[in-house]
Design a protein around this ligand. Structure first.
Ligand code: UT7
Length: 332
């Protein structure tokens, strides 16, 4: 039994936070943000719109596009670092309930921006082992809930959104996910960290006073490591599977920073047409970034059945992952 990438769906909140808006909030400029990151604007969820709400909408679309009913789903995996609750119930349980999916295994994955590709590897393993047939995987973030909007080094980067995919069993090797590399190095944990709340820093006045509940990032160090690691990783997965970068119509990188994407794309000698870019309009949406980008090319009619995708991602942990797979859903 093989696993296939059966369908995609996504949701973005309607509220736009532009660079001009951020100029009024912190000491920054549209010119600096655009030049250093490629981001023009990002979406921000409203106060009563939480991670599971966005994920539920994206998931309904993905299930419908797979031609399935909610009763067909036998595993729900949600990748997020902005769960509805720290840390019970899992957001996957909340999403399952909102979708009306009963009595199936549901759990979250915490791998920051690499979460969606990690979830893809879990779905692939469950399906190939014969344990599950249709796995709903989700990358969803209300990242604005972790951001200190007085910290210019992080608040310009992140946005909110959700993307979902159904991964299904198939006997046809031609439509199977080809390969996934997922890895981590915890010695770089302090590069990207939300110190509280957790066992290290339970909620306290100190947490509030020192803003330990907000995301902290060693941006420049993370940037350099991301370029090095991703370039090596994508070259390895292509070489291992004897696929040339020029034969990949859709390179779908994590949308953290245009300059990281460009550096990795250039190292692979990719053309502009091959590289999927949504960072300008959505910013960095962490685990949601890759499924939102896949949905973007799907809805614009660029992603056709059978076409190869190369996914690559890098995030807190530190974690990184890449995947090589054909799109096995029906073209729009
Ligand atoms: O998704 C998970 C993985 N995340 C990433 O991969 C993110 C990786 N990092 C980045 O994308 C980039 O490092 C940033 C966009 C965060 C920062 O860009 P940079 O080119 O690495 O800038 P920097 O941190 O080295 O800062 C350069 C200067 C500093 O000023 P001085 O010390 O040179 O005077 C900063 O204080 O830019 C300043 N700066 C800003 N200026 C205007 C930092 N943030 C801003 C800002 N507006 N928002």
């Amino acid at each position: 039994m093989y696993a296939k990438f059966h369908s995609i769906g996504a949701f973005v909140p309607s509220k736009v936070l532009s660079n001009a808006d951020l100029e009024k909030m912190v000491d920054t400029s549209d010119e600096w943000i655009l030049k250093r990151t490629g981001i023009k604007e990002r979406r921000i969820a409203s106060e009563n719109e939480v991670t599971s709400d966005m994920a539920t909408i994206a998931s309904k679309i993905a299930i419908k596009r797979a031609g399935l009913e909610k009763e067909d789903i036998d595993l729900v995996v949600c990748a997020t670092v902005t769960p509805d609750y720290f840390n019970m119930p899992s957001t996957a349980c909340v999403i399952s309930d909102k979708l009306g999916i009963k009595n199936v295994q549901a759990f979250d994955i915490s791998a920051a921006c690499s979460g969606f590709v990690y979830a893809l590897s879990v779905a692939k393993a469950f399906i190939e082992s014969g344990m599950k047939k249709h796995v709903l995987i989700i990358g969803a973030e209300k990242f604005s809930s972790l951001v200190d909007y007085t910290d210019r080094s992080t608040c310009i980067l992140f946005g909110d959104g959700a993307g979902s995919a159904v991964i299904s069993a198939t006997e046809d090797k031609n439509e199977a996910i080809i390969d996934i590399h997922a890895s981590a190095d915890g010695s770089y944990a302090d590069f990207l960290v939300t110190p509280a709340p957790g066992a290290v820093h339970p909620v306290s006045q100190k947490v509030i006073d020192e803003g330990l509940n907000f995301v902290q990032m060693k941006g420049n160090e993370t940037f350099k490591l991301a370029v090095r690691t991703l370039t090596k990783d994508v070259k390895e997965i292509l070489a291992k599977n004897k696929i040339d970068a020029k034969d990949i119509p859709h390179f779908v990188p994590h949308q953290a920073n245009y300059r990281i994407i460009k550096a990795v794309g250039d190292a692979l000698k990719m053309t502009e047409e091959q590289v999927v870019l949504t960072v300008g309009k959505y910013g960095n949406t962490s685990a949601a970034s890759i499924p939102m980008a896949i949905n973007d090319i799907y809805e614009s009619g660029r992603l056709k059945k059978g076409e190869l995708m190369l996914l690559d991602t890098f995030g807190g942990g530190l974690t990184w992952a890449s995947a090589l797979l054909p799109f096995a859903g029906e073209s729009l």
